[in-house]
Design a protein around this ligand. Structure first.
Ligand code: NDP
Length: 675
């Protein structure tokens, strides 16, 4: 008998108290493993996540969490061969495994990088600008995101046993949430191997990742208001989860990614022989055959201009004819089997349903004499006028239906009949067609690929969700949203509006808030490394008068002779200035001259300004002075320096704000690291 998969629960590996259900190799039908969660204490898992995993993650800053993810992805990359080997049993060819395994690692690397670049080295995230709520500025509002003291339950589909787990785990981990992963039983042996290697590595804090092998049992009964469930799978199971009392009445957040009848639309501008023609045909065939069409993003509906429908159908059929279906380990194989005989039965049933309103152009043919593997050759259909089924029935395998349109509006209507999809492609080289189709399709899709000869060389294709772009879709697709870079992290966090004084907001957010206390240090703050620099440290400059000669000189020197700086008459007629004014960049340059401390020291470089606004014009003879205050300190974990964001406020002689901006510098971590 094969091995019984184990669950990793409350800090130990658990083997079920039952024989378990056999899991079969997709190609050979041999037993790979057995699975059961009988006897597993699911309440204890939730408790362990809440009391051990969550607190351990939330002791770390976003950057520390992100760095652990980088270590993890690096570690797993070294174990790839072992995972590829086992992945064969799922029916995945090498190319399919790359999508699942390398795609999963890439997602973790991407989250590690985004977490360090786009989140503060802290445990709270500010969202949006400060809102001044009173007249004088002592009462402010700031939105912040904080980590929930809950558990992220992740229920995954069978088709991506590695990527499916990692794309949900990475954002939840950065958000500070422990995960309980429940893979689909069919391919859980591969997920179990990855979790085993993660646990052995000791990289993630104990309790941050647990694995439930087998049925989810009463897991949701144990969840409460700070917990969430992210589900990928069938609309049927999604319906059951939506009805669960913990979701309906208990405040548990449910995020669903379900069926999707994705489409690819060919623009009417494209003719056979155009680069877009080949891109379109190739895209359809790739999506039908990659992972044997078992991708939630695969193209199920091929929407083409009526005049081209015959020709396109023939081109797709011709290309499909050369698709070699076989054992996923064979070099010549282009497409492996479906995940199981059960899945193949489901797909064949779906094809039968489609026949009622479609003609079959490419029929399934026999590929495996033994009948033990879940092989199925691609099937191409052509929808008859008014067909309903292709917009309703999801064949989760190598099956697509061609349908035709006469006008762009009709193309949009056909796409919308999918009732909400994860992704749509628009293949055209005509910008006007692209705009009409994209604006029509966008409300029905989570992602849209516009493909033409220009972006094709770098296109990642129709079917690949990317960690930096949102994944999910409206309506039938589940209505959920995952990934999307930092958005995917923030989905797991609670946004709250904080109303407080500037000093309180500085203390709460770890970011200096305008209006809160400044500390005039005895030494210029540029003399301080990160070891001694503090939020609120300030340099207030002396005033400097800006003369007409300064403005003339700046105009000559830079070549910026815009009339408002050089032509008194024209400047006088300007409704905003009423005379010659200083260049905004002259003010910013002079402000730098006023606040800078020139000698070599811990400040290594200025790498930009953010949020620069010129508020009051400066005329010749006006004076300016600048106050520079440390707003945010972000040490870089991978370098001997960090980023210091300074609040810069330039005022005129009447104390009116002339310019505001953030100055961004790189500062050494220690005093002896001067440049
Ligand atoms: P299911 O909805 O049956 O299973 C998805 C996940 O949900 C699995 O982990 C499954 O566990 C789990 N599950 C099943 N019932 C429950 C329950 N009552 N409570 C909690 N968890 C539950 O989908 P499948 O993966 O079996 O695929 C079936 C169909 O789903 C496909 O044919 C396709 O139409 C669609 N699908 C959509 C995908 C997408 O990304 N949009 C991806 C894959 C499939 P277990 O395996 O142990 O039953």
């Amino acid at each position: 008998m094969s091995r019984l998969l184990e669950s990793y629960a409350a800090g130990r590996w658990y083997a079920a108290s039952a024989e378990g259900h056999p899991l079969l190799d997709a190609a050979t039908g041999e037993e790979v493993a057995r699975i059961s969660s009988a006897g597993l204490d699911l309440g204890e898992m939730v408790h362990h996540a809440r009391t051990v995993g969550g607190p351990a993650i939330r002791e770390l800053t976003f950057h520390e969490r992100a760095l652990l993810l980088k270590d993890l992805a690096t570690h797993l990359t070294g174990l790839k061969d072992e995972l590829y080997e086992l992945s064969l049993a799922t029916g995945a060819t090498r190319r399919d495994s790359a999508i699942d395994i390398d795609g999963g690692f890439g997602t973790v690397f991407s989250y590690s990088s985004k977490g360090r670049r786009e989140l503060p080295n802290d445990t709270v995230v500010c969202d949006g600008d400060l809102e001044q709520l009173g007249r004088t500025g002592v009462f402010l509002g700031q939105h912040v995101y904080t980590s929930r003291p809950g558990v992220a339950v992740q229920v995954n589909a069978f088709n991506f046993p590695v990527w499916g787990m990692l794309e949900k785990l990475a954002p939840a981990f950065i958000a500070g949430l422990p995960s309980i992963v429940k893979p689909a039983s069919q391919t859980a042996y591969l997920t179990e191997l990855v979790v085993r290697r993660i646990v052995e590595s000791g990289i993630l804090p104990e309790g941050s990742l647990q694995l439930l092998s087998g049925s989810a049992g009463d897991l949701l009964d144990h969840l409460t208001v700070q917990d969430s469930v992210a589900f990928t799978g069938s609309a049927h199971t999604a319906g059951i989860l939506r009805q669960h009392p913990s979701v309906l009445h208990g405040g548990v957040q449910l995020q669903v990614e379900a069926d999707s009848l994705n489409c690819s639309v060919l623009g009417p501008d494209v003719a056979a022989g155009d680069p877009e023609w080949d891109l379109f045909v190739k895209g359809v065939v790739t999506e039908m055959t990659a992972k044997a069409g078992q991708k939630c993003t695969a193209i199920r509906r091929v929407i083409v201009p009526a005049a081209l429908a015959d020709e396109v159908t023939e081109a797709i059929a011709a290309r499909l004819a050369s698709t070699v279906v076989g054992h996923p380990g064979d070099e010549s194989t282009r497409m492996g089997p479906l995940a199981s005989l059960g899945q193949r039965d489901e797909v064949r049933k779906a094809v039968e349903a489609l026949r009622s309103s479609c003609d079959v152009v490419v029929e399934e043919h026999d590929v495996d004499g033994s009948g033990r593997g879940a092989f199925m050759s691609p099937v191409l259909l052509r929808a008859r006028t008014g067909a309903v089924e292709p917009h309703d029935v999801e064949p989760f395998g190598p099956v697509s239906t061609v349908m035709s349109y006469d006008t762009l509006d009709e193309a949009v209507t056909l796409a919308a009949r999918g009732k909400g999809s994860l992704v749509g492609s628009v293949v055209t080289h005509d910008p006007a067609v692209a705009r009409r189709l994209v604006l029509g399709l966008a409300p029905w899709h989570g992602r849209i690929l516009v493909l033409d000869r220009d972006d094709a060389p770098e296109s990642t294709g129709h079917g690949s969700p990317l960690p930096m772009l949102v994944h999910g879709g409206p309506g039938r697709a589940g209505g959920g949203e995952e990934l999307g870079g930092v958005r995917g992290v923030l989905h797991h966090m609670q946004r709250s509006a904080i109303q407080a004084s500037p000093d309180m907001l500085t203390a709460i957010t770890g970011r200096w808030t305008r209006g809160s206390q400044r500390t005039a240090t005895p030494e210029h703050p540029f003399r301080h490394s990160l070891a001694t620099l503090r939020i609120g440290d300030t340099i207030a400059s002396e005033p400097r008068v800006i003369s007409l000669e300064d403005i003339d000189h700046f105009a000559d020197f830079t070549g910026d002779t815009f009339y408002a700086h050089t032509d008194p008459e024209a400047a006088a007629a300007n409704p905003l200035f009423g005379g010659i004014v200083a260049h905004g960049y002259l003010i910013v340059s002079m402000a730098a001259g006023l606040f800078v401390d020139p000698a070599p020291g811990p400040v290594l470089a200025n790498f930009g300004v953010d949020h620069l606004r010129f508020l009051t014009p400066v005329k010749a003879g006006d004076s300016i002075r600048v106050t520079l205050t440390v707003k945010q300190i972000t040490p870089r974990s991978s370098a001997d320096y960090g980023e210091v964001r300074w609040d810069a406020l330039v005022v005129n002689g009447d104390d009116e704000p002339v310019a505001t901006y953030d100055v961004l510098t790189l500062v050494a971590k220690h005093d002896n690291q001067q440049a």
